[in-house]
Write a protein that binds this ligand. Structure first.
Ligand SMILES: O=C(O)CCC(=O)C(=O)O
Ligand SMILES: [Fe+2]
Length: 399
């Protein structure tokens, strides 16, 4: 089967949680040319270690108002030179900020700032209190509970128990792995799903009433909303750090699963009068969480076709890689972002899914310097085996 057309749904321009990928993208020279003039030359001596100090417990940076995501600082901290590890938080922030800025082109910073303003505009209008001037507008958050993390209200007990135990066996007890690298497990409480659906509906009503032009979750969807854009960023950050990262650390260590540090969280809506299906693609994520939150629909199955690096994204599928999955309300699907997939048409009703793309800036940076991804790309693995087979055959010929 030919697989032309595996697409990569990029988030709209300037999404902050994409920033670190770009931040890490520039060379030092480029950044210096691009207005890092604020950085005195001494900063060129700022370096990170090649390997992290895995025994070190990083500080928490959530309470600081920083231009990069707080979790980037936490994950970068393990890479600091040993003499800095025990320094005050401010010292470490200064050091890491200079490194991040060095790799972060000015154009990206401007886009990031614009997106921050966009988000701020939404949040200050779609807020906690009903507008006095226009009380009939749905400018009030409906379920305040959703805007911070309440594990016992959000998750089913079996999921919480596994997270608390935090062992591979505990995770395996609640999971099934119907195809290699695709994990499914009961996760969300029905009440949480109902609240989320109602909140999204309420937000969309506000968007309609105010005619606010919102950005959609990615280039492949015309419907759906970015939850981070209207106040749920902190809650979703916790979802990634405290609940998804421990699992990814065990099941996706080769693709940055243990140092997921940024996310893009959204809800997608499918139906006859919404997006109908989703084309074949890979996600702009290292690990993707996808949970169906609606009940009344048919169709909408996910189809998976094997994990691939950029170079091999359009190569053939092997028969053992073919896997189709029917969504179950409240049940999570966790897969590597590079696992090629798409969604079939939702043929009746409305299918609504919560999706969290989890990213690792460390993994993205390291990927730039590598050519062989045989630890996770099936095609690289295949090529490597073939090279080994040929060299063994050549040696045999000689002897
Ligand atoms: O429709 C779905 O369930 C899949 C969504 C998806 O693949 C994505 O948002 O990346
Ligand atoms: Fe996807």
């Amino acid at each position: 089967m030919s697989l032309d057309g595996a697409r990569k749904p990029g988030a709209p321009d300037g999404r902050p949680d994409q920033a670190i990928a770009h931040a890490n993208g520039g060379s030092t020279v480029q950044v210096l040319q691009n207005g890092a003039s604020a950085a005195p030359p001494t900063y060129l001596t700022h370096r990170l270690r090649l390997n992290p100090n895995s025994d070190h417990r990083p500080d928490n940076y959530e309470d600081l108002d920083l231009e990069f995501s707080p979790s980037i600082f936490s994950s970068l901290e393990r890479y600091l030179p040993p003499n800095l590890l025990q320094q005050a938080r401010d010292v470490k922030v200064d050091y890491m900020r200079e490194i991040l800025r060095r790799y972060y082109p000015e154009s990206e910073r401007v886009r990031l700032q614009k997106h921050r303003e966009y988000r701020q505009k939404i949040i200050s209008n779609y807020q906690e209190k009903r507008s006095i001037t226009a009380p009939s507008l749905s400018s009030q958050r409906l379920h305040l509970e959703l805007y911070s993390m309440h594990p016992t209200n959000f998750f089913v007990p079996s999921f919480l128990k596994a997270i608390n135990e935090n062992t591979e066996q505990a995770f395996r007890n609640i999971m099934s792995e119907p195809s290699p690298g695709i994990f499914t497990f009961e996760m969300l409480q029905p009440r949480f799903c109902e609240m989320l659906l109602a909140e999204v509906k309420n937000f969309e009503k506000w968007v309609h009433e105010t005619k606010f032009r919102i950005m959609r979750p990615n280039t492949m969807n015309k419907y759906g909303v970015v939850l981070d854009d209207f106040g749920m960023e902190t809650m979703l950050e916790k979802l990634m750090v405290d609940f998804i990262r421990p699992i990814s650390k065990v099941f996706f260590p080769g693709v940055g699963g243990s140092n997921l540090d940024t996310h893009h969280g959204f809800v997608l809506e499918y139906g006859i009068d919404r997006d109908v299906d989703l084309g074949f693609h890979v996600d702009d994520s290292e690990v993707t969480l996808n949970v169906c939150v609606s009940r009344q629909f048919s169709g909408g199955e996910l189809f998976f076709r094997g994990v691939r690096c950029d170079k091999h994204v359009n190569t053939e599928t092997h028969s053992e890689e073919i896997f189709d999955y029917s969504h179950v309300p409240g049940r999570a699907v966790l897969h590597c972002g590079r696992h090629r997939h798409g969604a079939r048409a939702t043929t009746s009703g409305k299918r609504i899914n919560l999706v969290l793309w989890c990213r690792s800036s460390v993994f993205r940076e390291s990927r730039k310097y590598q050519k062989d991804f045989s630890s996770w790309c099936a095609e690289c693995q295949h090529e490597k085996k073939e090279r080994q087979r040929l060299s063994v055959a050549a040696i045999k010929m000689v002897f």
